[in-house]
Design a binder for this molecule. Sequence first.
Ligand code: UGA
Length: 446
Amino acid sequence: MRIGVFGAGYVGLVTAVCLAELGHLLQVVEVDERKVEKLNNGTNTIYEPGLDELLESNIGRGNIYFTNDSRSVIEHSEVIFLCVGTPPMPDGSADLSQIETAVQDIIRYTRADEYKLVVVKSTVPVGTSKWVREIIHNETRDRRINIEVASNPEFLREGTAVSDFMNPDRIVMGVVSERARTILGSVYESFECPKIFTTPETSEIIKYAANSFLATKISFINMVADLCEEVGADVSLVAEGMGYDKRIGREFLRAGIGFGGSCFPKDLQAFLHVGKSKSLDFGLLEQVISINEQRPVRVVSKLTSHLNGLNGKLITVLGLAFKSNTDDVRESPAAKLIKLLVQEGAVVKATDPLSIDNFKRMYPDLVEKVSFFENANEAIGGSHAAIVVTDWKEYKNLDWRRIRERMIRPIVYDTRNFLNAEEMLGCNFEYLAIGKNYTQMTGTLV
Ligand code: UGA
């Protein structure tokens, strides 16, 4: 099938490359000319495991082509996926201007008697497909063109996006006609997972509800983690004990420093905004956000009491990405944590295997205040404490015994509960975790 994609960001690029891998013929509109050139040469522009190989092989097969000429892409395509950005506005609502620009182009370049299916894949507020339909209706009244709109949200996680695309739990398709249902169904024909056909409104809500629910699970377990610390319980075991119940499930119950990234924080705000705009009580989501915002604050406050204040103390932050296997630092808990540490007068050193450049670009106000190290060992030397913020497997494999000798005070605060606790205690670290109390004296849980 001839498919067009607007936007070669995370979602657009992964979607386009994976659809090409399925055998479709893809053309992708991207406004950034440097990106277009790189991608056509088979050079990936984002870090996403498995994507480099698929991009290269599909460029080689001629299944995918990038351009900034939207007209040629529209003329080429029977189906057009909109994967452009929908960044948050100051009031939390989503900015849909890039969607509107793409739709105007599609209206302009669709010829008389042609049919196009426009599929909204960007995360958009409920009602967006209807709004797009209205724009199309108003502007094409006098022309014999037939542009339909469908909703097809993505459920890709950064870091595993290719495998998530190729092995979906389900595919949700919001359509308003049999024709759209048949066409969109055949795009995903080769997948055997459950396929849910619904209205665009339901489909749009499924996306926000899914992300909001996952974020709710995380804030819930983080709330429980704080109680565990107070009473000497172990949050990982609480999560395990809960998670075996099939009604609850084990996923997304890892307590930690809170969720970040380009999706959960933005989507929660947008869903909250939609609820409020309908005068509904979405206060639950306010609590989810508030618990999340307090996570780095709590870490800094605990560290402050362990070190009798942070003024002048050397603190190493291990990990800047919002989670491992990505170079994405948007809404990263590391940025919030570093700001708080700096406010308390700490001298901050930071390291990350992939994200230092992105971090410097995204948080220019922190560049002068933090020393950055490519090498984690070097970053930790001479510190009063090291805080593990991103669960990079590299940090698990560090030679912690030797590192301990080079620290002024051997405090390791593992805000992801992912280092080997026994090993850390065996090396006589003061090992702090989330939702559990270890004692260095006995090496046991208290
Ligand atoms: C999320 C969803 O998981 C995807 O299904 C969705 O498609 C995507 O948003 C999107 O809307 O585009 P992503 O933001 O890439 O994907 O990352 P997640 O793996 O969901 O993690 C989000 C945050 O939650 C990270 O900061 C992670 O460290 C944190 N997290 C996750 C926890 O703190 N605990 C957990 O148990 C799980």
